[in-house]
Ligand binder design. Structure first.
Ligand SMILES: Cc1cc2nc3c(=O)[nH]c(=O)nc-3n(C[C@H](O)[C@H](O)[C@H](O)COP(=O)(O)OP(=O)(O)OC[C@H]3O[C@@H](n4cnc5c(N)ncnc54)[C@H](O)[C@@H]3O)c2cc1C
Length: 417
C-alpha cells in the first residue's frame, strides 16, 4: 500500500500515465500515493543503459537540472541525489564555477554556496526510473502506444484509453485518471476533437533554434578557471552560442546553438568551425585539442508552444496534460525538467485536496490552472530573451512589450545596442 494513506483514502483503482519520461515518471510517483495501480504507457523499448532513446531525442544534448527540480526530485525519491553523485553525477558550485558570457560581457563568478548536480539526460532518467520501479503499485508497459481516449456516456469524463502494444491488437483500459505526459508528441488536442470537444487555444512563438552536441572525453589541456562555460548569444547582432558542462564518467557535454541559423554543424569539422563564430573564443580553445567521444547530434526546435487547457470549456474531467505536452519552453533556459517537477508537486496538492473534499470531480480544471500559474514566470523569462532576436515570430505578452519599451528608453540595459 502506498505510504501514508489508508486503503479507503485511495482516490481510485487505476491511473494511467502516457509517456515514461521525466514528467511521466514524476507524475507516476505522485499518483502511486493516491491510486491502487499506476500504469505507465511508453512507446519506446525498455533500456538498461544510459543512452539516448528514440522517444526523447533531446537526450543527446546538454540538460541542466535547476535547483528547484533537484530539490523536488529528492523529496519524491529521498536520497536520490546522493545516489546520483555516488554513481557519477558531478556536484558543481553553480554560481562560483560558471564562466558565463551574457550579452557580450562576462558575469562575475560568485560563491553563493549553492551546488547543482550535473549528468547526461539519459543517466538522470535511468536513475529516476530505477527508483520508480521499486514502488510496488507502479508498472510499465513498454513498446506500447496510447492511441485514443475513451469518454463516458454523458461526455463529462475520460474513463479509459486505447493502447496498442507493438505487433498486437488495440486494447482498451478502463481508468480513473489519465495523465498525458507524452511531450511534444502529445495527441490530446486531436483526441479531444475526435471526441467532439474543441481543441485548446495554443500560443506559439517561433524561434527556429538548433542544438548541436558532442560528448568529449577530455578538453584541451590549457588552464581553465571554470567548471562550466556558457557563451550566450548577444542579440540582435550575435545569434550563436554554446556551453560546456561536466557529465558522469569524467566527460564533457559540449552543446552549440543558433537562433535563426539555417545550417547547423553536422560534422566534427563543422562543429569546431562553428565555435570560432561565437563572438568569444573560449569554447573553441577548450575543445580544439579535446578528444571527442561521440559524433555530432543535431536537434531542431522550431517554436515554444503553450496549450491553454486551463481555458478550455467544456473539458472532460479526469484527464490531465503536463510537462512538455502542456508547454514546451525554449530549452536554452534549462527549465523543462524543473517545471515538470513543480507540476508534479501541484498535482500532488490537487490530489490531496481531492482526498479531503469532493474526490476527483473538477481535478482537471484545478490542476491545469495550477500548471498555468507555474508556467507564467518561466514563459515570460524565455519570451523576454527570445524577442531580442529579430527573427523571432509570435505575439508578445504585455510584459515582454513593457520590458522592450524600458530597454529602448535605456532605463535598463538589456540590449547592447
Ligand atoms: C534540445 C533540448 C534541450 C533541453 N535542455 C533542457 C535542460 O537543460 N534542462 C531542462 O530542465 N530541460 C531541458 N529540456 C526540456 C526537457 O527535455 C523536457 O522538458 C523534459 O524532458 C520533460 O518532458 P516530458 O517528460 O514532458 O516529455 P519528453 O521528455 O518529451 O517525453 C515524452 C515521452 O512520451 C513518450 N510518448 C510520446 N507519445 C507517446 C504515445 N502516444 N504513447 C506512449 N508513449 C508516448 C515518449 O517516448 C517519451 O518517453 C530540453 C529540451 C530540448 C528539446
Amino acid at each position: 500500500m502506498a505510504k501514508g494513506l489508508l486503503e479507503k483514502d485511495f482516490l481510485g483503482k487505476k491511473a494511467v500515465v502516457i509517456g515514461g519520461s521525466i514528467s511521466g515518471m514524476l507524475a507516476a510517483r505522485v499518483l502511486s500515493d493516491f491510486f491502487e495501480e499506476v500504469i505507465i504507457i511508453e512507446k519506446d523499448k525498455m533500456s538498461n543503459q544510459h543512452i539516448p532513446r528514440i522517444g526523447v531525442t533531446q537526450g543527446s544534448h546538454g540538460h541542466a537540472l535547476l535547483k528547484s527540480g533537484e530539490e523536488i526530485l529528492n523529496d519524491l525519491f529521498p536520497g536520490i541525489i546522493d545516489e546520483l553523485i555516488e554513481a557519477g553525477s558531478v556536484k558543481s558550485d553553480f554560481a562560483g564555477g560558471l564562466a558565463w558570457n551574457h550579452h557580450g560581457s562576462w558575469k562575475l563568478k560568485y560563491h553563493a554556496g549553492m551546488s547543482i548536480i550535473q549528468q547526461s539526460r539519459p543517466f538522470l532518467e535511468w536513475h529516476i526510473q530505477r527508483r520508480l520501479k521499486q514502488i510496488p503499485n507502479v508498472s510499465y508497459m513498454y513498446e506500447t502506444k496510447a492511441k485514443k481516449l475513451l469518454v463516458n456516456n454523458d461526455q463529462t469524463q475520460i474513463n479509459g484509453i486505447v493502447i496498442q502494444k507493438e505487433g498486437e491488437m488495440d486494447l482498451e483500459i478502463q481508468t480513473d485518471l489519465v495523465v498525458d505526459a507524452a511531450g511534444a508528441g502529445s495527441q490530446t488536442s486531436s483526441w479531444l476533437k475526435q471526441l467532439g470537444y474543441q481543441a485548446p487555444a495554443k500560443t506559439e512563438v517561433r524561434v527556429n533554434l538548433f542544438y548541436a552536441s558532442r560528448i568529449y572525453r577530455s578538453l584541451s589541456s590549457k588552464n581553465k578557471d571554470w567548471s562550466n562555460l556558457l557563451v550566450y548569444p548577444n542579440p540582435p547582432s550575435q545569434n550563436r552560442g554554446g556551453s560546456i558542462s561536466p557529465i558522469e564518467n569524467k566527460r564533457w557535454m559540449v552543446t552549440l546553438l543558433g537562433y535563426g541559423v539555417d545550417s547547423p554543424p553536422n560534422s566534427g569539422e563543422e562543429f569546431l568551425a562553428y565555435t570560432k563564430c561565437l563572438g568569444k573564443p573560449d569554447i573553441y580553445e577548450a575543445i580544439e585539442e579535446g578528444q571527442p567521444e561521440t559524433d555530432v547530434t543535431v536537434y531542431r526546435f522550431p517554436a515554444l508552444r503553450r496549450f491553454h487547457y486551463e481555458k478550455l470549456s467544456p473539458f472532460p474531467d479526469r484527464l490531465i496534460v503536463m510537462g512538455d505536452a502542456f508547454c514546451r519552453m525554449d530549452p536554452v533556459f534549462g527549465q523543462g525538467m524543473s517545471i515538470s517537477a513543480l507540476e508534479a508537486i501541484a498535482l500532488k496538492k490537487e490530489l490531496q485536496r481531492a482526498v479531503h473534499k469532493n474526490g476527483l470531480a473538477q481535478i482537471s480544471i484545478h490542476t491545469h490552472r495550477s500548471f498555468s500559474k507555474i508556467i507564467d514566470i518561466p514563459w515570460l523569462v524565455a519570451l523576454t530573451e527570445d524577442f531580442r532576436f529579430t527573427q523571432t515570430v509570435g505575439k508578445k505578452t504585455i510584459w515582454t512589450a513593457v520590458s522592450d519599451v524600458v530597454c529602448k528608453k535605456g532605463h535598463f540595459s538589456l540590449r547592447n545596442e
